[in-house]
Design a protein around this ligand. Structure first.
Ligand SMILES: [Zn+2]
Length: 448
């Protein structure tokens, strides 16, 4: 007799189990199958709805505005979107996660605020220190992140080539990936000054002022800095196919080079959507014009590692400034990640295939990449983290979430499916709108 039995169209790595079931015991998946099911104390039947592994969002920014308390609203947005684990970036207010003590403080804050599980990136100051790097590894970070562009002098500094190479050496042999925010500082700063001097400050000037070459040169330089070492190097977002080509070139040469896609690059077209959405759509690197078709082909070729949201829930006041150069970069995406990816994939490949691709690109691949052992797949022994996706159209409104920022670039769009339940470690945490999980029920997930 199992504790709980969940029924529906179960999406496993081996395919979809129609009339499928998952038996849950002690927060883990005990067995799964199709047809005749075992006995359980509680049975929840989701009929024809898809049951996918809980999404693992590999890129969120919970603490960049209000610090650790931002873990609360960020993880609530996650549950609404069917995300059961986030991998949070280290650029917190007021201090980035550069020491073992700061990491311990953030892990404690997860135990206070989180409603879903949270894995963490660590980072380094402009002059990295081996003891701090080792303390972060011992503390369970699942990756490190640095930037080739200074977004903030203390919180989000630029790490130069010498320091980057030193850090790659420190991480050599640890197996931990080093991620890069990939924009060349000199190119971006020079062009920003030129554009501002000319009064070219509208939304349409965002992409040309941070051109593809700024991204490509930073990507290539960073990957070249790993020459001869085994440290996995990871580009956290690439906006055009050429960046993925560069990454593949290094990979073909024997280096561990990987590249991540954010869902907004697959969904939006700057030529069409930037005039409509303006600063709301400002992210860095920018969304490009007419790139998304080729980016879906990158996915089809398997040349990207996984797909993430890069969720950053700035207040609307930071997204509506007159000059695009004064608008904060980043947008909320946790609630929309799965419905958008599923919808766009379904229009290309059909709903069953979209469900399988969602499980692969949004859960299995990121969980493996970050070494989150019991996350990302529906299989015996794994954590019982699920999202139930009802394949019927609905119109998304960010204002439905009282804990969100009240805006989204996806507002008013009709998706092909919506999340109707999110389960974390065998307990229902949300019905896709209302959060029932308590603050602090989320856990810190260490690598390994
Ligand atoms: Zn990011």
């Amino acid at each position: 007799m199992f504790e709980c039995l969940i029924k529906g169209r179960v999406v496993t790595p081996a395919g979809i189990l129609h009339r499928g079931w998952i038996a849950v015991d002690g927060g883990r998946i005990a067995e799964l199958g199709s047809g005749t099911s075992p006995q359980a104390t509680t049975v929840v039947d989701y009929g024809e709805d898809y049951i996918l592994p809980g999404v693992v969002d590999g890129q969120t920014h919970a603490g960049s505005q209000i610090g650790f308390p931002g873990i609360g609203p960020t993880t609530k947005a996650a549950l609404i979107g069917g995300v059961t684990s986030i991998v949070d970036m280290p650029y917190d207010e007021p201090d980035p996660i550069t020491t073992g003590q700061l990491l311990a403080d953030k892990a404690a804050a997860i135990g206070q605020y989180a409603v879903c599980d949270v894995a963490l990136y660590g980072t380094v100051p402009a002059d990295p220190n081996r003891d701090d790097v080792e303390a972060l590894i011992a503390g369970g970070v699942c990756a490190f992140k640095i930037s080739s562009f200074e977004a903030h002098p203390h919180r989000f500094p630029r790490i130069g080539s010498g320091a980057t190479r030193a850090l790659i050496e420190m991480l050599d042999g640890s197996g931990l990936p080093l991620g890069l925010h990939n924009e060349d500082q000199e190119i971006v700063r020079r062009l920003a000054a030129e554009f501002k001097a000319d009064g070219r400050t509208g939304p349409e000037h965002h992409s040309p002022s941070r051109p593809e070459v700024a991204e490509l040169s930073a990507t290539a330089t960073f990957l070249a800095l790993g020459d001869g070492l085994s440290t996995p190097l990871h580009i956290v977002h690439i906006s055009t196919p050429k960046g993925f080509d560069i990454t593949r070139w290094f990979r073909d040469g024997g280096q561990k080079a990987t590249a991540e896609m954010c869902v907004h690059y697959l969904h939006f077209d700057a030529d069409v959507d930037m005039p409509r959405l303006g600063g709301l759509l400002k992210v860095n690197p920018p969304i490009r014009g007419s790139a998304k078709e080729a980016l879906w082909q990158v996915l089809e070729r398997g040349d990207c590692t996984f797909v993430s949201s890069d969720h950053s829930a700035w207040p609307i006041e930071r997204k509506t400034n007159a000059s695009i150069f004064d608008v904060a970069a980043g947008m909320p995406g946790l609630e929309a990640l799965l419905p958008v990816f599923f919808s766009d994939a379904a229009s290309r490949y059909g709903q069953d295939r979209a469900a399988e691709l969602s499980a692969e690109w949004l859960a299995d691949r990121p969980a493996k990449f970050f070494g989150l052992g019991r996350k990302g797949r529906l299989a015996p022994g794994m954590d019982a983290d699920f999202v139930v996706l009802k394949p019927e159209p609905y119109t998304y409104q960010s204002t439905d979430n009282p804990d969100g920022p009240g805006w989204s670039a996806y507002d008013g769009e009709t998706f092909a499916a919506r999340t109707v339940a999110t389960w974390v470690r065998g307990t229902q945490a949300s019905d896709g709108a209302i959060i029932v999980a308590e603050a602090g029920s989320g856990r810190y997930v260490r690598r390994g």
